[in-house]
Design a protein around this ligand. Structure first.
Ligand SMILES: NC(=O)c1ccc[n+]([C@@H]2O[C@H](COP(=O)([O-])OP(=O)(O)OC[C@H]3O[C@@H](n4cnc5c(N)ncnc54)[C@H](O)[C@@H]3O)[C@@H](O)[C@H]2O)c1
Length: 367
């Protein structure tokens, strides 16, 4: 299969590219390296020494014998370049990771809100429009987040796919299928809820084949492939904007920093190991929906159905599986690269919370 990975230099994209390449798929990456520039803007760096994209790709060729192509295209802006790539390279599938993915970053200022909306919504719409424009029957897989549903449920499991509701009309009750009600907690999550509407529209209007994988918080850093050579190492974000909770806690314990627990510490979240993320993408690509079908798979949740992926053979890595130690060891190995002043989160969502944040221990959660 030929697979184009948008955002293939990122935390989820890079190990996905290697995993699919290792399984013999023909893989190419599109990335504008914006995430690396944001590190510069925030004055932080990945805890792990992530190599330049060209060095990474060359190392993979050396280790595996497989080539991975790279295209520096801004999805959502360089429309003609994207369309041209689809038409000439003719992928069977496109995996779309090319979005700004940090909730705290999206809430830092008007500039960050505008960048996140502009980047994410135009990226998603451009990919969809370009697939239609190409005339090719390309399956699109996208990584959404469980965070679009907020962090409470009506007491029932969030269904895979659509929710059947009954609406009272003058002629009696009628049944309708709707997207599960979204309840975004940040501008970043809001863009993900809009993505879902774009997918629904293009599936209905153009019969595009789309799989939207709604994942919990991804933890871990290494996969079977990134472990093969230090030059292939994956990102490890620990800072207050991009670091996500479990990896941050493991890193904080490794460097002896007090855990940045938010509120009373009683919140629950769904987690998925990065190895399972890449496996879920592989399973989604192996089981595309038919044209006109509607598929949406949730992978991990507070209360959610993920039967579809389990039926496809996913055997999820549990927190007890020993990988917590591996992550803690990585955090210890690269502890000298950590800048402890970057651990607290300084994004405060609104004026009220900014005022409250002057009291200690009132930061907000990432992802
Ligand atoms: N990390 C998580 O815990 C998690 C959980 C659920 C869902 N997701 C979703 O998975 C996707 C990838 O997340 P990640 O953690 O790998 O993020 P990341 O920031 O590490 O990677 C995103 C990559 O996309 C690139 N990019 C961004 N906008 C682009 C554009 N317009 N054109 C080209 N390249 C662009 C960036 O340079 C970066 O390399 C996101 O959509 C995110 O919402 C992530």
């Amino acid at each position: 299969m030929r697979v184009l990975i948008l955002g293939g230099d990122g935390f989820c994209g890079w190990p996905t590219a290697l995993h699919l390449s290792a399984r013999g798929h023909d893989v190419a990456i599109v990335d504008n390296l914006s995430r690396r520039r944001i590190d510069g803007e925030l004055g932080v760096q990945s805890l792990t020494p992530v190599r330049d994209i060209h060095e990474r790709i060359a190392a993979w060729k050396e280790v595996s014998g497989h080539e991975i192509g790279f295209h520096d295209i801004t999805v959502g802006k360089d429309y003609d370049a994207l369309l041209d790539l689809l038409k000439t390279w003719r992928p069977d599938s496109v995996v779309h990771f090319a979005e700004q993915r940090a909730a705290p970053y999206s809430m830092k200022s008007a500039r960050h809100k505008r960048y996140t909306v502009d980047n994410n919504l135009n990226a998603t719409n451009d990919v969809l429009a370009a697939i239609v424009d190409s005339g090719l029957d390309i399956h699109l897989a996208h990584l959404g987040t469980m965070g679009v549903y907020g962090y409470g449920t009506a007491g029932a499991a969030i269904p895979e796919g659509y929710l059947t509701v009954k609406i009272e009309t003058p002629d009696g009750w009628v049944e309708r299928e709707i997207l599960y009600p979204a309840n975004p907690g940040s501008i970043y999550h809001m863009t993900k809820t809009q993505d879902a509407l774009l997918f629904q529209f293009y599936a209905k209007n153009d019969h595009l084949r789309i799989t939207d994988l709604h994942q919990g918080i991804v933890w871990g850093t290494q996969t079977e492939e990134t472990r093969k050579d230090e030059r292939l190492i994956n990102r490890f974000d620990y800072d207050g904007d991009y670091g996500t909770v479990l990896n941050r806690f493991l890193m904080q314990s490794a460097v002896g920093y007090p855990l940045t627990v938010h509120g009373a510490g009683g919140q629950t979240r769904a987690f998925i190991h990065i190895q399972d993320t890449v496996r879920c993408v592989e399973l989604a690509l192996a089981h595309p929906p038919e044209r006109g079908d509607r598929a949406e798979a949730d992978e991990n949740d507070l209360v959610v159905e993920n039967k579809c992926l389990l039926d496809y053979g996913l055997n999820p890595i549990r927190l007890a599986d020993g990988l917590l130690m591996e992550v803690a060891e990585i955090a210890r190995a690269y502890a000298d690269r950590a800048d402890l002043s970057k651990i607290p989160c300084h994004s405060h969502w609104n004026a009220e919370r900014a005022a409250a944040a002057s009291a200690p221990g009132k930061a907000v959660a990432a992802e």
